[in-house]
Design a protein around this ligand. Structure first.
Ligand code: KIV
Length: 289
């Protein structure tokens, strides 16, 4: 499938409606799980830019504009400083670069926790300014009323339980969750509460595998794992991690490429050619006719 950018005009009045096809929908994502069983796991990756979205879109069911962009794109120490403006700018770029996947945008820390009304204001701004289909928010039981408030008002919500990186200051780090029975029980309750509140899917991050399996088994909505279990209803990874853009990656990441090395080698070659005046050559310069 071509990855050349194609404007999504399927909702315009252009006639005939241009190819390619319509986007996947939230009900289509939910329908992957029938009677508690997912025949084909859902594929989700993070994306932050239009060009990366173009490359990922043909292969994914969902693109997540994660607040991990704080570290990945902006070099911030955590997701805590990420702003709604950042999420809107990158969310809009990812929607522009995709036409197939459902685009989900994270609600950043501080933009939704105070009240359901605050969450609605932030989520509706993100939907309007980006064109995404859904938002994701971290938190379990404590966020259930907020999930319900948004879902009942037409905003699809993806939950996020287990390791919730926005709470790094309270958790004291990014270690796996669920090591004690109390934590195990809380993760189970959190996932159930979010589902009952109307979330269309939930990310379960950084938990002991038996917990991920148990959450997946008892949930009627798709459970998307990251550092969780192959038995989840889908998987998500941070794109820069799986492409090998960073030296350090969490244990649960599989590197499918070593892009950092490829980039370094290319730039080293370029720098050498500039310094030795072997770039540009005749092929890259304009000559008078
Ligand atoms: O922000 C993010 O990238 C995420 C994924 C790791 C699930 O929330």
């Amino acid at each position: 499938m071509s990855t050349t950018f194609t404007l999504d005009t399927s909702t315009s009045r252009a006639n005939p409606t241009p190819a390619p096809m319509k986007r996947l929908t939230i009900p289509a994502i939910q329908s992957h799980k029938q009677k508690g069983v997912t025949a084909q796991p859902l594929v989700m990756l993070t994306a932050y830019t239009a060009r990366m979205a173009q490359l990922l879109d043909p292969h994914c069911d969902m693109l997540l504009v994660g607040d991990s962009l704080g570290q990945v794109i902006y070099g911030l120490p955590s997701t805590v400083p990420v702003t709604v403006d950042m999420m809107c700018a990158h969310g809009a770029a990812v929607v522009r670069g995709s036409y197939h996947s459902v685009v989900v945008v994270d609600l950043p820390f501080g933009s939704y926790e105070a009240s359901p009304e605050q969450a609605f204001a932030t989520a509706s701004r993100i939907l309007k300014e980006t064109g995404c289909a859904a938002v994701k928010m971290e938190g379990g039981e404590v966020m259930a009323d907020t999930v319900r408030f948004l879902a009942q008002r037409g905003i699809p919500v993806m939950g996020h339980v287990g390791l919730t990186p926005q709470a790094v200051n309270a958790l004291g780090g990014y270690g796996a969750r669920g090591k004690s029975q109390a934590e195990h029980d809380k993760i189970m309750r959190d996932a159930k509460a979010i589902e009952e509140a109307g979330a269309f899917a939930t990310v379960v991050e950084g938990v002991l595998e038996p917990i991920a399996k148990a959450v997946t088994a008892v949930s009627d909505i798709p459970i998307i794992g990251i550092g969780a279990s192959v038995d989840c209803d889908g998987q998500v990874l941070v794109i820069d991690d799986m492409l090998g853009m960073f030296e350090r990656v969490p244990r649960f990441v599989k590197r499918y490429e070593s892009l950092a090395e490829i980039v370094s080698k290319a730039v080293e070659t370029y720098a050498g050619e500039v310094r030795s005046r072997s770039f540009p050559t005749g092929d890259q310069t304009y000559q008078p006719k």
